[in-house]
Design a binder for this molecule. Sequence first.
Ligand code: R5P
Length: 298
Amino acid sequence: MLLFSGNSNKPLAKKIAEILGLNLGDLEITTFPDNENRVRVVENVVGEDAVVVQSTGITPNLYYIELFLIIDSLKRSGAKSITLVIPYLGYQRQDHIFRDGEAVSLEVIISILEKLGVTKVISFDLHSVRIPELFHVPVIHLSAIPLFAEEIKKMDLDDAVLVSPDMGGIARIKKISELCGNLPYVSIVKDRDLVTGNIESTTINGEVKKTAIIVDDVISTGDTIVEAVKLLENNGVKDVYVLATHGILAGNASAKLQNSNIKKVIITDTIKVPDNKLFEKLEIISVSNSIAEELRNS
Ligand code: R5P
């Protein structure tokens, strides 16, 4: 197996390589003055099983183009198979038509990846469990839920409740509850304006406790979490902890989270968080072991 990495999340790719006892394969990725990319695979990949690690995040367009060129260079250079490790699959939230006339962005991404020759995909906590069905190649859908359950079990759970910040997260919160000895859970009902993306209202379905542990798949603007924290506090919650798989941390999300009454925010390294977006309450745990284990067994 030959492991390659794009520029989106080299630290994660290096960790995976280290666990597997591999070096990252040699790729030349250069940028022309007009910002177009040029990619060249330097290794001999003829007949090899190639693995590419590339995530998206705050600059999906840049990293997708880079990824497409990496896959094309591997395919043209004779790789036998190409497994894509895409810990955060950008454009996944537009997985169907919400309003007449919209593009189905995820289907566009899938068509390109498959046309280019990706033979298998490994990703984390996809927004919908139906997403793997949209692919025509095998998709290994990994989850940070077991890691989060371990983190939650270290907390004081005497008077605690798990919280899903929207109804879409119910299956996730039920699973974590089971892994944490059937810890009680509630869900927030969130209404969002489909055009502006603004959160219009939130209400709680169920009874809260002194400590609330919010678990979500993605933190993008941070608004879902900040609104959830306000609602929980207004309902008597004292301590709020947040766990989310993917820290996109768009715009000033980091400041919003740091300044809100949250005790701690735990995310994973599916997306590389740039230094200027790190904040005091943030803790990052790694998904590298899960990915390495999957690659080792496949
Ligand atoms: C929504 O369905 C997702 O599970 C997340 O709650 C949402 O994408 C987070 O976005 P933001 O941080 O922009 O509120």
